[in-house]
Design a protein around this ligand. Structure first.
Ligand code: TA6
Length: 296
């Protein structure tokens, strides 16, 4: 749909739609307590901020905003696979697809809810039939729900999913991530070696790329730099991924600033690796994440 065709979803004072970066259609949401920006491209939440606070989400100043390329930051929707795939796009094809806006609505407490539908793409022709919907609810928190249904009459649907969220922090050198002590993880910077988290408070002193498995717990980002705590609550998720590219990886990414690693951390919620999901015909999975913040 063109930006003009999308105008019918606008809600005065709450939802406006216009050409954003790269002239991609962008939805701007204003609630009583917060604002958010969502691109139809990837149904990508690119920003969320509570009034009077720095953005909760991080989007790179060098991000691409173009067809076929993922936006670097915010909340990329990772589906139907996580990581690289021979002959396919890294992290699956959902995050670079043009999702269809189905509905926008004002909700009590001055919030806004938006619903998107995955349009289908050539890449999914080789998979069993499925539907994918995404519900974004903006209040003083940000709620994200990815609903996948196996619509095949007779085939199982196996997939990975993840909401690959980039968070803004004041200074990565004094940030800690909590809630993962004693959890088993795959350490991707050490040959995917399986380890167990020893720390209550995980600190970042180099590239961190860890897939924590079989954990349904909330994670917390303590950010003394910005004087805030970010809570990442989740349901329908058995995996949490923690990633900071640090110096060398930052320099290798053309859509990411060399020093931006200092001001971001990814804490991602989904079902990855051995936590991948298999749905019987007619069954659905709901991956839900609720992001909130409070003063430290
Ligand atoms: O979630 C961490 C990770 O899998 C890293 O290995 C790194 O590749 C990151 O995702 C970003 O991937 P992308 O395809 O968006 O560059």
């Amino acid at each position: 749909m063109t930006t003009e065709e999308l105008k019918r979803f606008e809600i005065p004072g709450r939802v406006s739609i216009f050409d954003g970066n790269g002239e991609l259609p962008k939805i701007e949401v204003t609630t009583d307590t917060s604002t958010a920006e969502i691109y139809l491209h990837g149904a990508h939440v690119a920003d969320f901020k509570k009034k009077g606070e720095p953005s909760l989400l991080f989007t790179s100043q060098c991000s691409r905003f173009e067809a076929g390329q993922p936006i670097r930051g915010g909340v990329p929707i990772i589906f139907p696979w996580f990581g690289p795939r021979e002959g396919g796009a890294a992290h699956g094809f959902a995050r670079a697809a043009n999702w269809v806006l189905q509905e926008t609505s004002s909700i009590p407490c001055g919030g806004v809810s938006l619903r998107f539908r995955f349009p289908g793409s050539p890449e999914n022709a080789l998979m069993p039939a499925f539907s994918a919907y995404y519900v974004v609810t903006v209040t003083d928190t940000l709620s994200l729900e990815l609903i996948i249904t196996n619509t095949s009459p007779d085939q199982e649907l196996t997939f990975e999913n993840c909401l690959h969220t980039y968070f803004t922090v004041g200074d990565i050198n004094v940030v800690s991530i909590r809630g993962l002590k004693d959890v088993t993880y795959l350490d991707k910077v050490d040959g995917f070696t399986q380890k167990t988290e020893q720390n209550d408070a995980i600190r970042v002193t180099g590239e961190v790329d860890r897939v924590y498995l079989n954990t349904t717990s909330a994670a917390e980002i303590h950010d003394p730099g910005l004087g805030r705590r970010i809570l990442v609550e989740k349901s329908g998720s058995a995996s949490t991924v923690v990633w900071n590219p640090w110096i060398a990886k930052s320099q290798q990414m053309s859509d990411f600033g060399n020093d931006e690693y200092l001001r971001m951390i990814c804490v991602e919620s989904g079902n990855v690796a051995t936590n991948k999901l298999t749905l019987a015909p007619g069954k659905s999975s709901v991956l839900k994440v609720v992001l909130s913040s409070s003063r430290l």
